[in-house]
Write a protein that binds this ligand. Structure first.
Ligand SMILES: NC(=O)c1ccc[n+]([C@@H]2O[C@H](COP(=O)([O-])OP(=O)(O)OC[C@H]3O[C@@H](n4cnc5c(N)ncnc54)[C@H](O)[C@@H]3O)[C@@H](O)[C@H]2O)c1
Length: 354
């Protein structure tokens, strides 16, 4: 496959780029290099003849037309987005611009390209979305998100992703564009930007700083190791049924408090702290406004139709992740200097509207 990956300098996109190149696919990485991007994430493939980088914005139609015409991909794997819920509370406008208008612009460019190429059978527009579009689940472990769960987004981020999902489906129904969609649970792993929960906990722990947990830490997420997600995305891009969506989850439900305690236990083994266990640093902070209580994925469709399941348990994945952060301090130190990193965001939506 020849892939155009948007957002390939971000956390998940870079995992897709690294895996796709390792599997022998040609990859064009299109990224606007926002605050969340880091080209070091793809340094291991930068000199590979299968890899090309295009510095471009998905809202720039002329750039998209040029890149599509020049590289002629079989698949557009669309991950470029604003992705941090707390930032969406403080500044929703950027989320609408990139996630909604950007996806619309990319869909139109993809449609023009697909038509110009003679509507090739093998072409796919794969939209990478989130389980957050489905809203919040009750505590009952039998209730999970399926592909048929009605949309009920509750944050500016999830509403913008839900909007883009709707656009992608509409471009399939109306224009016949061959699309597939995936809705995935919370990812974690190497190269995770140091504003998200797991890297924040690891890096604060190593610095002896408080480990902030929103509310009482009761919110439940279904954690998926990022390299398992990348594997699932390449599978859906190649074998997913046109017009269909697939939920991707880790089958690893944990409350935030349990997750942080597990991580503290791993760090106690890997980098013991003279003053006592890392869990002593856990600190409860004001909850996020509209914080969804529980997300959990029912992965039956991707398992039964495509034979995919996650390869890593949350304990294994957290240990790999902690080791990676311990071994890669220059990577995260450089990112800690970026705007907003290390600050509490998303607490004062009324005072900071845009
Ligand atoms: N992180 C998760 O747990 C998770 C879970 C499910 C789905 N997703 C989805 O996966 C995708 C990737 O998430 P992530 O965590 O890797 O995000 P990220 O914030 O780490 O990376 C996003 C990338 O997109 C690029 N980008 C942003 N705006 C752009 C624009 N206008 N034009 C071109 N590039 C632009 C950024 O420079 C960055 O490299 C997103 O669509 C997100 O909604 C994420």
């Amino acid at each position: 496959m020849k892939l155009l990956v948007t957002g390939g300098a971000g956390f998940i996109g870079s995992a897709v780029v690294r895996l796709a190149v390792a599997r022998g696919h040609e990859v064009v990485n299109l990224d606007a290099l926002t605050y969340a991007a880091c080209l070091n994430n793809v340094a291991s493939v930068a000199d590979n003849p299968l890899y090309t980088f295009e510095h471009a914005d998905i809202r720039d139609r002329a750039a998209l037309d040029r890149i599509l015409g020049q590289h002629r991909p079989d698949v557009i794997l669309h991950l470029a987005a604003e992705s941090h819920v707390d930032r969406s509370i403080d500044g929703p406008g950027t989320f609408i611009d990139t996630n909604v208008t950007g996806t619309y612009t990319l869909l139109e460019a993809a449609r023009a390209y697909w038509v110009t190429e003679g509507r090739p059978e093998r072409f796919r527009f794969h939209h990478v979305s989130t389980d957050e579009v489905f809203g919040s689940l009750p505590a009952d472990p039998a209730v999970k998100f399926t592909e048929d769960t009605p949309y009920d987004p509750r944050s500016p981020y999830s509403a913008s992703k839900a909007s883009s999902d709707h656009l992608v489906r509409a471009w399939h129904e109306t224009y016949g564009l061959p699309v597939v969609l995936t809705n995935c649970s919370n990812n974690y792993g190497p190269y995770h930007f140091p504003e998200k929960l797991i890297p924040v906990v690891i890096l604060n722990a190593l610095a002896g700083k408080p480990l902030p947990i929103y509310g009482q830490g009761e919110n439940i997420r279904d954690w998926l190791y990022v390299e398992d997600h990348a594997d699932a995305l390449l599978l859906v891009a190649a074998q997913g049924q046109v017009g269909r969506s697939y939920n991707i989850g880790g089958e690893n439900e944990r409350s935030n408090l349990d997750l942080v305690r597990t991580l503290c236990g791993i760090l106690d083994r890997l980098a013991p702290r003279a003053e006592g266990p890392y869990a002593d640093l856990i600190t409860f902070v004001t909850d996020r406004p509209g914080h969804d209580a529980r997300y959990a994925i029912d992965p039956t469709r991707i398992r039964t139709e495509l034979g995919w399941r996650p390869s890593v348990t949350v304990e294994e994945g957290l240990e790999r992740t902690a080791r990676w952060y311990l071994d890669n301090a220059p990577w995260w130190r450089a990112l800690q200097a970026r705007d907003g990193v290390g600050q509490r965001l998303g607490t004062a939506p009324l005072e900071r509207s845009t």
